[in-house]
Ligand binder design. Structure first.
Ligand SMILES: Cc1ncc(COP(=O)(O)OP(=O)(O)O)c(N)n1
Ligand SMILES: Cc1ncsc1CCOP(=O)(O)O
Ligand SMILES: [Mg+2]
Length: 223
């Protein structure tokens, strides 16, 4: 027996975007609860327009609807993650991009057990992620194709391009950007450990069904 924590299941990774949920006329917790019922295995909370207290309250509310086995990851804001934990939420970690707070600081605030994700879009960024002093647990690589969900998203690489990057990645990699269920078997086959999705779920008429489509497409991609 070792005391190692098992790697989290990032296979169907919902990035719950507060703005997109509001545009769809649903609350974030409602969207997340439905998506988890549909088979989402990890949730990142992204609230670009929220004030700090609002973001913390949202993290607490989302934490209340999440089953214990589904990690809650906060987008960008280590302060929100720390304070939400302080107030009782089970926050597993934080996802940061190349321009956000550096991973070593995120790690210092959250501790050795936290799950820390970093965005990477080039071989150089992947190599830097591997050697990062703060320890990166997984990388988010994108985009698969152009998306309206992020104004400054990197260019679309296609599944083959993303697969080439992932193959050279020393860290577990999830794909992001423009992903729809039909992409999941190819992404899984190319060695990605998961697919991160915003609009497919957040803007869906039925987020539970949208998540189910992702789950069954991922499961179908098993060798
Ligand atoms: C899983 C995952 N991968 C990449 C990103 C993008 O993060 P970042 O580059 O910091 O962009 P914002 O999401 O902060 O706009 C992500 N959020 N999740
Ligand atoms: C946050 C983020 N980072 C790169 S693309 C993207 C948005 C992906 O959203 P969608 O799944 O709607 O294309
Ligand atoms: Mg960011």
């Amino acid at each position: 027996m070792t005391g190692a924590t098992p790697a989290p299941d990032l296979s169907v990774y919902l990035v719950a975007d507060a703005g997109q949920c509001a545009d769809a006329g649903r609350s974030v917790p409602e969207t997340v609860a439905a998506a988890v019922e549909g088979g989402v295995s990890a949730v990142q909370l992204r609230a670009k327009e929220a004030g700090t207290e609002e973001f913390i309250a949202l993290a607490l509310a989302v934490g209340r609807v999440l089953p214990g086995h589904v990690p809650l990851i906060i987008n960008d804001r280590v302060d929100v993650a720390v304070e939400a934990r302080e107030r009782g939420a089970q926050v597993s970690g934080v996802h940061v991009g190349q321009g956000d707070l550096a991973v070593e600081h995120v790690r210092r605030f959250l501790g050795a057990e936290a799950l820390v994700g970093l965005s990477a879009a080039t071989e150089a960024q992947l190599a830097a992620a591997r050697d990062h002093p703060g320890r990166v647990d997984y990388v988010g690589i994108g985009t698969v194709r152009a998306t309206g969900s992020k104004g400054d998203a990197p260019p679309g690489l296609g599944i083959a391009g993303l697969g080439r990057l992932a193959a050279g990645s020393p860290l577990p990699a999830v794909a992001i950007g423009g992903i729809v269920p039909d992409d999941l078997p190819g992404l899984r086959g190319a060695g990605l450990v998961g697919a991160a999705v915003l609009s497919w779920v957040c803007q869906a008429a039925d987020p539970r069904q949208a998540a189910q489509e992702l789950r069954s497409a991922w499961d179908q991609g098993a060798a």
